[in-house]
Design a protein around this ligand. Structure first.
Ligand code: ATP
Ligand code: MG
Length: 216
């Protein structure tokens, strides 16, 4: 059987990270989140992390060259052979073209792009209530996915924090960046006949049901 090679497309707060994690466990896929990789590079203080930090904190995209190079390396890892789910990449047409070239060379084309259609109201609510673990990066939400103990990570017991780029002003900026730079990918993947739309406004469980149907 052909491995599943999936791209999740959708605005910030659409739930890409949450659903990528669940799907990657269910279907045994490599979960590749460029946002997570970049944030861990920042924490470790690597050269890439240093270059990326100011872009991320201000809600802009990290330059294509940096992200594409980072993905080129990640796609060399053995675990991508079993199939993968890309969460947060590509985010520009440039990145999508670069990805297409890399995957053609590897004979591993993407077979499904899921567009999480999500309303602005839901996005703002999810991002303003989001809390992330300062240590392991696990995601919570003060109402939708509350931790067992307030302010403490269920996974590793460390403190939960609010991401700098989740403040309302930066969220608005990120939404605009999505509309301007990432939304054109919807057309790009429509033309390649791999796009499927799902309802990103749904709560986690009902959307998982919808995803199960799409994935057959
Ligand atoms: P979600 O809430 O759906 O998980 P998100 O937009 O909140 O998505 P991340 O995917 O974690 O968050 O991305 C955070 C930031 O990292 C982006 O605003 C951007 O600065 C940077 N980034 C992540 N992926 C890319 C990419 N493919 N190209 C450029 N910058 C990126
Ligand atoms: Mg994310």
């Amino acid at each position: 059987m052909t491995p599943l090679r999936i791209i999740l497309l959708g605005p910030p707060g659409a739930g890409k990270g949450t659903h990528a994690k669940i799907l990657s466990e269910r279907y045994e896929l490599a979960h590749i989140s460029t946002g997570d990789i970049l944030r861990s590079q920042i924490q470790e203080g690597t050269p890439l992390g240093k270059k990326a930090k100011s872009f991320i904190d201000s809600g802009k995209l990290v330059p294509d060259e940096l992200v594409v190079e980072m993905m080129r390396e990640r796609l060399e890892d053995r675990d991508v052979k079993k199939g993968f789910i890309l969460d947060g990449f590509p985010r520009t047409v440039e990145q999508a073209k670069a990805l297409e070239c890399m995957l053609v060379d590897k004979q591993m084309p993407v077979n499904l792009v899921l567009e999480f259609q999500t309303s602005e109201k839901v996005i703002v609510d999810r991002l303003s209530g989001r809390r992330v673990c300062s240590n392991c990066g696990a995601n919570f939400h003060i109402r939708n996915i509350p931790p067992k103990r307030e302010g403490i990570c269920d996974v590793c017991g460390k403190a939960l924090i609010q991401r700098k780029d989740d403040d309302p002003e930066t969220v608005r900026k990120r939404l605009k960046v999505y509309q301007d730079q990432t939304a054109p990918l919807i057309e790009f993947y429509k033309q390649r006949k791999v796009l499927r739309v799902v309802n990103g406004d749904l709560e986690i469980e009902p959307l998982q049901q919808e995803l199960k149907q799409v994935l057959g």
